[in-house]
Design a protein around this ligand. Structure first.
Ligand code: DSN
Length: 415
């Protein structure tokens, strides 16, 4: 073989270090998960070698007979899973999926409504520093200041005032069910199209734990690596009539050659999500988040909106400790083996780099097999590490307890 043997390459030492980190610490970042060995094997397969610009049956290079089959399989599986008419499985990410939909449905400068980033939206829902906000006239809607739920009256009022061409539903830091039906009604009232970005909750929808926006929204976008537990990547579901424009916006509009190794892995993940075990998994994600919410409330944290209906919680740290910032909590908890991210809370007085909140998710720990009793322990360990954050001995003691908690639940014990 012409390839050098690089078993001593530092990358393999770093890979072993990362396996140990994932096996021995708590992964509570709400957008992360542990892909199955089958998904990872497909991601590392020979499909990585193939160029296949175009779509099944219409490629620009030869040798795509097998690639056509694998991409068609991914498309048919995801259409069946969500009840969609058509799918594009080529987006390299959720951001690419969203930008392609905008390119297909909008002209630069068109008006769009999206949830404000500081109230739980996403960069690609019109942040002024993102291409979405630079190219289109996004208007941000908000959560209410009372119950901290999406303010549908505000969505309707802004829709009537600004007459958007598109309304974007979906969030990255919102702990409640997002019902697509009222969005559809508002979109119809003002003649707008509706896109639902269900990246965070795609696995909950696939597992019948949350309402399915397919058939309600005109277009549904998502990432495949969050609750859906596939490889890193994006996907678009759409009606047959929108498919030609959206497919053209992905290729050649936004992307060149598709990553067929990721598409093969998406096909594997979509089959995994069709199993009865995946429904049980989706339901347990939600049960675990509720159990964690109850335990964290008992430890003195205030949860945005008072709790959760999905896979994540947003904790306002000020009730727990007025001085504690999200930034400091993230750093201390990481030292204690509890990995999560700082997050703004609605109307946060601190900057997005510092924040008053943390976001906590249960998809990964649920994949590991943890259930309600472990959630109570996680809340206790978080509270102990944060209360004892100036005491290195206490943080180290929590790290040891976290290691012991994770040991029987290691996701990759054989790697
Ligand atoms: N970065 C993702 C998240 O953590 O929610 C969104 O793209």
């Amino acid at each position: 073989m012409p390839w050098p043997t690089l078993i001593d390459d530092p990358v393999w030492k770093l890979t072993a270090d990362e396996i140990d980190r994932q096996n021995s610490a708590l992964q509570l970042i709400a957008s992360e998960n542990f892909a199955s060995p089958a998904v990872m094997a497909a991601t590392g397969s020979v499909f990585t070698n193939k160029y296949s610009e175009g779509y099944p049956g219409k490629r620009y290079y030869g040798g795509n007979q097998v690639v056509d089959e694998v991409e068609s399989l991914a498309i048919s599986r995801i259409c069946e899973l969500f009840g969609a008419e058509a799918a594009n499985v080529q987006p390299h990410s959720g951001a690419n999926a969203n930008m392609a939909v905008y390119q297909a449905l909008l002209e630069p400068g068109d008006t769009v409504l999206g949830l404000s980033l500081d109230h739980g939206g996403h960069l690609t829902h019109g942040s002024p520093v993102n291409a979405s906000g630079l190219m289109y006239n996004f208007v941000g809607y908000r959560v209410t200041s009372g119950d901290e739920r999406i303010d549908l009256d505000n969505v309707r009022e802004l829709a009537k005032q600004h007459n958007p061409k598109l309304i974007v539903a979906g969030a990255t830091a919102y702990p409640r069910i997002i019902d697509p039906a009222p969005y559809r009604a508002i979109a119809d009232e003002v003649g707008a199209l509706l896109m639902f970005d269900c990246a965070h909750i795609a696995g909950l929808i696939a597992g019948d734990a949350h309402p399915n926006p397919v058939g309600v929204a005109d277009v549904v976008t998502f990432t495949t690596h969050k609750t859906l537990r596939g490889p890193r990547g994006g996907c678009i579901l759409m009606s047959e009539d929108l498919a030609p424009a959206i497919n053209k916006a992905i290729f050649p509009g936004q992307q060149g050659g598709p990553q067929e190794h990721s598409i093969a892995a998406k096909a594997v993940a979509f089959a995994e999500a069709q199993t009865p075990e995946f429904k049980t998994y989706a339901a347990q994600i939600v049960k675990n988040a509720s159990a964690l919410a109850a335990a964290m409330t008992a430890e003195g944290f205030r949860l945005v909106s008072g709790g959760t209906d999905n896979h994540l919680l947003l904790a306002d740290l000020r009730a727990f400790d007025e001085e504690l910032t999200g930034k400091e909590a993230q750093i201390v908890l990481d030292e204690a083996g509890i990995t999560l991210n700082r997050n703004t809370i609605p109307d946060d007085p601190r900057s997005p780099f510092v924040t008053s909140g943390i976001r906590i998710g249960t998809p990964a720990v649920t994949t590991q097999g943890m259930t309600e009793p472990e959630m109570t322990k996680i809340a206790e360990y978080m509270a102990r590490a944060l209360r004892g954050r100036t005491d290195a001995g206490e943080v180290a003691a929590v790290r040891a307890d976290v290691r012991a908690l994770c040991e029987p639940f290691a996701p990759y014990p054989d790697l």
